[in-house]
Design a protein around this ligand. Structure first.
Ligand code: PRP
Ligand code: MN
Ligand code: MG
Length: 177
């Protein structure tokens, strides 16, 4: 349907792909010798990023998902993270990498890292494609970040505005008209 905004490209599909290639090499080096890395995508936003990232990783991986939601259809964080679907597998004693599309206020990633940390993984780390450090409300940083971005509302490459525009192949910023 009609939307009262336009989307300006901010990060092209090509730049995203190039950055993921670099990040994948860093992750391979960090986990050299691992028996199996559990890559945990946070639904829904990370579904595109995790798909591209795992296909660049030359490591034994298991893919699992956790669904966490705090924005719903709003542009503002509710600061309340709801877990809608838990992991299928056990992570105790395992290497775990959480994959997030964007860290904004930090509530989602902080909540998930605490939740998973309590299950005693061997190593628990996180990667976020985007980081909006100016909006942080709780202290949390991903171990790897794709791009730092300014305080703009972004969509695409998995990220939605009220469930729209996740399927754009690039990251765009929303401009209201
Ligand atoms: C979005 C985004 C991150 C989170 C970041 O998820 O995908 O998970 O918000 O914001 P924060 O740092 O302020 O917590 P959302 O709640 O919109 O759910 P979705 O992934 O299903 O879109
Ligand atoms: Mn999300
Ligand atoms: Mg969302």
């Amino acid at each position: 349907g009609q939307r009262p905004y336009v989307i300006d490209e901010m990060i092209s599909a090509k730049s995203i792909a190039a950055r993921i290639e670099t990040l994948a090499h860093e992750i391979e080096a960090a986990y050299e010798g691992t028996d199996k890395l559990v890559v945990v995508g946070l639904l829904r936003g990370s579904f595109v990023f995790i798909a591209d990232l795992v296909r660049e990783l030359r490591l034994p991986v298991e893919v699992d998902f956790l669904e966490a939601s705090s924005y719903g259809n709003s542009m503002e964080s509710s600061r309340e993270v709801r877990i809608l679907k838990d992991l299928r597998g056990e992570i105790e004693g395992r290497d775990v990498l959480v994959v997030e599309d964007i860290v904004d206020t930090g509530h989602t990633l902080a909540h998930v890292m605490t939740l998973l940390g309590a299950r005693r993984p061997k190593r628990l780390r996180a990667i976020a494609l985007l980081d909006k450090p100016t909006k942080r409300e709780v202290e949390v940083t991903a171990d790897w970040t794709g791009f730092e971005i300014p305080d703009e509302f972004v969509v695409g490459y998995g990220i939605d505005y009220a469930q729209h525009d996740r399927n754009l192949p690039f990251i765009g910023k929303v401009r209201f008209t």
